[in-house]
Design a protein. Structure first.
Length: 275
């Protein structure tokens, strides 16, 4: 079943011209969709239309078969978790209160909130003790984990993520990506994840949507976009980075380990990767 459907959606901010130019997009239940494209191509705008943080001009949007305009905004936002790069944790609240914020709005009793917060901390790989800390007492990566936990608190069916790991170092980023994949498998929720990083889009997305100046150039699996690009734009955009991202990371690491142990030479690695 389609969870989200866009039909010929356009959007302009003021009289600057359309930033979305008649988008069609269907997101199926349980998908991990990555929205990829250069800065300014309209990714965030598309994402924010889904939770009605931004309105659109023409076309139609359905969420779970119901027109977006017919949703009560509070119910809609409860069904949709939202994680952004500068997560906007409330600085004066403990991690516990941040994570349980939505639950307290729903009138859920304190012991239940605590229990859920502990479950969520486990899910995102943080110790329970951190529930007593304030956001400033955490590292950037830990704060992002709390942001993810907070977005998951009300068990939303859809999770929107806008470059959530953009501000952390590469190693932490890779760990967070691995954990997010696990969470997705476990919860079977629908995730729409905005990124301008090809490697990230390829690693995470069960399907990738490549946008360019307000249109969708291609939607498909990583193999579709990299090996069967729909046009020259897609071919050039995915390029060598896309091809490299398609190579199996674990396989490459294992091969490199053998180089470090002087069991094989770099030349042999090169030959095994290029056939
Ligand atoms: N509130 C706004 N008012 C006016 N113009 C806006 C507004 N928000 C976005 N835009 C413009 O709309 C276009 C698309 O912006 P959007 O944020 O959707 O792009 P993006 O692909 O997410 O970019 P980035 O990767 O840099 O976040 C840009 O040209 C941007 O300047």
């Amino acid at each position: 079943m389609a969870v989200i459907e866009f039909q010929k959606v356009t959007k302009a901010y003021g009289d600057e011209g359309d930033v979305l130019k008649g988008l069609d997009l269907t997101v199926e239940k349980g998908e991990f969709l990555t929205l990829l494209g250069e800065s300014g191509c309209g990714k965030t705008t598309l994402l924010k239309i889904i939770n009605r943080m931004v309105s659109f001009d023409t076309g139609h949007v359905w969420i779970r078969g119901r027109l977006l305009s017919e949703w009560d905004i509070v119910t809609l936002r409860r069904e949709i978790g939202y994680v952004i790069q500068q997560i906007g944790l409330f600085p004066h609240m403990t991690v516990m209160n941040n994570v349980a914020y939505v639950l307290s709005l729903q009138g859920i009793q304190k012991p239940k909130q605590r229990q859920r917060a502990e479950e969520l901390m486990e899910l995102v790989g943080l110790p329970w003790e951190f529930l007593n800390r304030y956001p400033r007492e955490l590292s950037g990566g830990q704060r992002q984990r709390v942001g993810v936990a907070r977005a998951l608190a009300a068990s939303p069916e859809i999770i929107l993520m806008d470059e959530p790991f953009g501000a952390v170092d590469e190693q932490t980023r890779s760990l967070l990506q691995d954990e997010l994949l696990k969470i997705h498998q476990q919860l079977k929720c629908t995730i729409i994840f905005v990124t301008h990083d090809i490697q990230e889009a390829v690693k995470l997305g069960s399907r990738i949507v490549l946008m360019n100046k307000g249109i969708i150039e291609q939607t498909g699996t990583k193999e579709d976009l990299i090996l069967r690009p729909a046009n020259d734009f897609v071919r050039r955009f995915m390029g060598i980075k896309g091809f490299m991202a398609l190579l199996d990371e674990k396989e490459m690491k294992a091969l490199y380990q053998q180089v470090l142990e002087e069991k094989i030479s770099l030349e042999e690695v090169y030959r095994s990767l290029t056939g």
